[in-house]
Design a protein around this ligand. Sequence first.
Ligand SMILES: C[S@@+](CC[C@H](N)C(=O)[O-])C[C@H]1O[C@@H](n2cnc3c(N)ncnc32)[C@H](O)[C@@H]1O
Length: 234
Amino acid sequence: MSIDLKSINATLEIPQENSTTPVKPEEAKTIYDFITEKGIERTLEIGFAYGRSASHIMAATGKPHIALDPFQDYYKNLGAKNIEKLGFKDQLELIRDFSHNVLPRFVSEKRKFDFIFIDGDHKFDGIFVDFYYADLLIDKGGFLLFHDTWMRSTELVLQFIRKNRKDYKEIPLANPNMVMMEKIAEDDPRDGMHFREFYNTRTLLRHHATMHMYENPNGLLRKAWLGVKKMIGK
Ligand SMILES: C[S@@+](CC[C@H](N)C(=O)[O-])C[C@H]1O[C@@H](n2cnc3c(N)ncnc32)[C@H](O)[C@@H]1O
C-alpha cells in the first residue's frame, strides 16, 4: 500500500500555538522510512499529543500500536480524533496513563517491542525512567528513539547510554533533534560496581541560550538570534 505522508500531515489538526509539540513532518518521515526499511512491527510510544508520530508509525507498520499519554484531555482529544479521521483507530491502543505506571506493568507481563519512541516527560528523571523500562521491553535488535536532543535532559540520558551501556549502538539519522539507539547485545554486560562518568558539555550552551530566549521573548539575545536568522534567510 502506498501511503501519502503529505495527506497524513494535511489531515492532522494541530493548533498553531502548539505547532512545536509534535515531531516535525521531516522527522515523522524519518520515523516512517526507518520503520518501513527495517520491517518493524511491534511499536510503542511514550507521548502521543496530536498523533503525528503515532500516525506515521502506524502507516509504516500497518500493525497495532500502543501510545501512552495521560494528558489527552488537555489536547481536547484532538490526537484521538486525528487518528480516527486518518482511519487508524482500530490499530491504536491509546493508554491514558503515565509511562511510570504502564511500563513496569508491561515488564512484569513480559511484553516485548521492536521499537519504542521516548517522547513523553522531558525532564531528566522522566526520560531516564522511560529509558530504564524501555530497555527491559526490547531484545537485541530492538530500537529506542529519543526526541528533543537539543534539551540538556535528553542529551545527558543519551550520554549515560553512550558511556555506560555498551550493549547499545547509535544509528545515524539525518535529523539533528533525534537519536536512534539499537540494542546490540542480549545482556547488559556491566557488573554491579560499574559506573562511567557521563557528564558532558555538549548542548550546555544551546540549552541555556534557548531557555533564556524562551523565558525572555523580548530580550536582546532573542532579538539578535532572529536578526541572524533573517540575515541568513532561515
Ligand atoms: C512532545 S509531546 C509528544 C509528541 C508526539 N510524540 C508526536 O510527535 O506527535 C509529549 C507528550 O508527552 C505526554 N507526557 C508527558 N509526561 C508523560 C508521561 N509521564 N507519560 C506519558 N506521556 C507523557 C504529554 O502529554 C505530551 O502529549
